[in-house]
Every structure is written in C-alpha cells, then in structure tokens.
Design a protein around this ligand. Structure first.
Ligand SMILES: C[S@@+](CC[C@H](N)C(=O)[O-])C[C@H]1O[C@@H](n2cnc3c(N)ncnc32)[C@H](O)[C@@H]1O
Length: 313
C-alpha cells in the first residue's frame, strides 16, 4: 500500500489569489465592498470569470461578503495591502511568474533551461518585493550572527543587496553599508537606501567589484543565479574588496541539504541559463582559490540556507 501523499495541500486557491492580485481585483476590494458584477465592470474584467473567482476568494477566506458586496477579509487585510509592512502580494506575484516557468519543466527536461519568460518592469518589481518579504525575518538574525563572528566590523559591502532589507539590519549595528546591485534594481531602491544612509553602487558583480576597503563583503542569495565560473570570479573580486583581516560571508542554499535545496536547484534551472545550487566543496574551492582561509559553514536557526564564511589574512 503506497503511503506517499501525491497531492499534498490545495494549490488552486493560491493561484486564484495570484490572478486576482495581478488584475487589480484585490486592491479594488481593499477598503470598500463591491458587488462582483460591478467590480468586474469597474476593472473591465469578464463578469462570468470574476464572479467564479470571487466565490473561491470568499470560500478561501481572503474576501468576505458584506451585504451584496465583497471586500478583503479583516484577517487578510495587512497581508494584501501594498501600504502595509506585512504585505506579501509581491511574493505571490513573483510565485506566479515562477509558476509560468515551472509548468514548462517538461520542455526544460527535453531541451534544457531556462524556460522562456518575458521580464517586465512589473515582474522586476514583484521579484524585488518578494526578496524583501523573504529577507524580512532572516535579516536581523543574520546581521547579529555576523556581528558575533566579526565584532571588529565597521564597513560592509552587500553584493546583490537588492531590496536593502539586509543592509538595513547591518546599519542597525552601526556599520557603514554599501549595496551593489544591477542599475535597474538600485534605481528601484535608491530613495529607501539614501534615507537609511546606505551607499549604492550600480554594477554587475561578475564584471568585478569597483570598490575596496571593506571589513565584510556579504553576498546573500547571489551565487545561485550565476555559473560556476562567474561564482569563482565574484569570490575573487570580493576577496580583493576586503581589507586584510576582513571576511567574506555568503548566504545561500547548499546542495545536499534536503528538499528545499533540491527544489531550489530546479527553480534555478527553470529561471536561469547557468544558475544552480552549489555544494560546500564548490564554495570551499572558490574561497581557497581566492586566497581566503578558514572556510566555515554555519547553520542559522530557522533558516534553510547556510551561512558560509572565509577570512582574508
Ligand atoms: C535572490 S536576490 C537576493 C537579495 C538579497 N541579497 C537577499 O538575500 O534577500 C539576488 C539579488 O542579487 C542581484 N544580482 C544578481 N546577480 C547580480 C550580479 N551579477 N551583480 C549584481 N547584483 C546581482 C539581483 O538583482 C538581486 O537583487
């Protein structure tokens, strides 16, 4: 008798919610109840589709009935309001973009990755917003751990620091923080970074890091998007950007650490041409090749990714 659950959980309500977010239905129902047919008209949506989708959103508890209208349920409001710090809409929209790629896995299996996908300004915003949701809970514990490992730290370069969430947690330790990311990502974040006193560099880390003299170079969830040759190059230029006595810290999935890590490797297969989940031996080789010493792997409580460190003497 088979005992594996081939159909764990129900994925459809989440997909319905993603679609409702994408077409603006959730935002339209945040504050004021609307009858389904009227909101369909207001947003120029198909009425038959809107009515059926709204039924699911009500049954799943995302919306609630009020009179002849529907409105976002109080329990879901903070999560679905873009103005609220708890907003997870960008994460759901990004998951939707990932789903578009994941359903093309049979093709990826036949022809190799990545799955075709058109990047738009909206998808970039959802990606960065989703990274912010992901970093919200891990940023402080990671900064605290690094502060404990490297108490003399005064300056840090956050390579691929995109949403700025980790950079803010570094600032809370009184460190001078610089974020390096692609120009279009820095452009999205520039106001937030400047307000927090965080310096920004627009660039591509695989082309070299154009700054030096940092006590700590931190790369959070960056290496999985690059090829092995690019990873080796970035570790080398990170090592050059360090002061002597400084350290490189990498936070990423590690191959062989269970289902989240093997799933993430498939994610990178579907989403990038050469990204991957790398093993401890890969990171050790890149660090030692760049002249860094004392390579170490740390587990951080509650986190699937690992923290890897290596020192420059
Ligand atoms: C998956 S996100 C991680 C964001 C954040 N560091 C974290 O851990 O939550 C990867 C970030 O690295 C940036 N990135 C990827 N490749 C890069 C490169 N070659 N040069 C600079 N930034 C890069 C992306 O734009 C994005 O902001």
């Amino acid at each position: 008798m088979a005992s594996i659950d081939l159909f764990p959980g129900q994925w459809q309500p989440q997909v319905v919610l993603m679609a409702a977010l994408e077409v603006g239905l959730i935002e339209a129902l945040l504050d004021q109840p609307w009858p389904p047919a009227k909101v369909a008209q207001k947003l120029a949506l198909d009425e038959r589709a809107t009515v059926r989708v709204i039924s699911v959103l009500v049954d799943a508890g995302y919306l609630e009935q009020q009179g002849d209208g529907v409105v976002v349920a109080p329990d879901a409001r903070a999560l679905l309001d873009p103005a609220d710090a708890a907003f997870v809409g960008d994460r759901l929209l990004h998951l939707h973009d990932l789903l578009v790629r994941w359903v093309q896995l049979p093709m990826v299996l036949r022809d190799g990755g990545p799955a075709p996908f058109e990047r738009t300004p909206e998808s970039l915003r959802a990606f960065i917003g989703s990274m912010r949701v992901g970093a919200r809970e891990r940023a402080r514990p990671l900064a605290d751990r690094l502060a404990a490992l490297y108490p003399a730290t005064k300056s840090v370069l956050d390579v691929g620091g995109g949403p700025g969430t980790q950079a803010l947690a570094f600032r809370e330790h009184g460190w001078q923080v610089t974020v390096l990311d692609f120009p279009e990502v820095i452009d999205l974040m520039a106001g937030d970074l400047a307000r927090a006193g965080i310096a920004a560099i627009k660039g591509d880390a695989t082309q070299g890091i154009p700054a030096q003299g940092f006590d700590l170079v931190y790369c959070g969830n960056l290496f999985h998007s690059m090829s092995p040759a690019e990873c080796a190059l970035v570790v080398e230029s990170a090592a050059r950007a360090l002061t002597s006595g400084g350290a490189l810290a990498i936070h990423d999935f590690l191959r062989g650490t269970g289902l989240p890590s093997s799933l993430f490797a498939v994610n990178m297969l579907a989403a990038t041409s050469a990204g991957d989940v790398y093993g401890e031996e890969d990171y050790r080789r890149w660090c030692e090749g760049a002249g860094l010493r004392d390579f170490a792997v740390h587990e951080v409580a509650g986190q699937t990714q690992r923290l890897l460190t290596a020192d420059k003497r």
